[in-house]
Design a protein around this ligand. Sequence first.
Ligand code: FES
Length: 84
Amino acid sequence: MYVCMCHAVTEAQVKQKIDEGANTPRQIAQGCKAGTDCGSCVRRIQALLGEHGARPCPTARLAERLGLADPAAATAAVTAPQAA
Ligand code: FES
């Protein structure tokens, strides 16, 4: 199945890039150019990155480190009474 119609890049090619260590859409685009024309495939590429265990983006890693990745935990931290 094609992921990027502009450059005829298949899902298998994107998965191969992920297996080779790609963690971002930009890294996927290197070589195959997926996502570099109309951009309509970038969200699908991002989903494939997430589905296949690619390392999360720096913002997601920061949110996780700060405990903001889980909305329920973040809400609990904000609403919990402060110990004096
Ligand atoms: S469908 Fe991928 S850049 Fe257009």
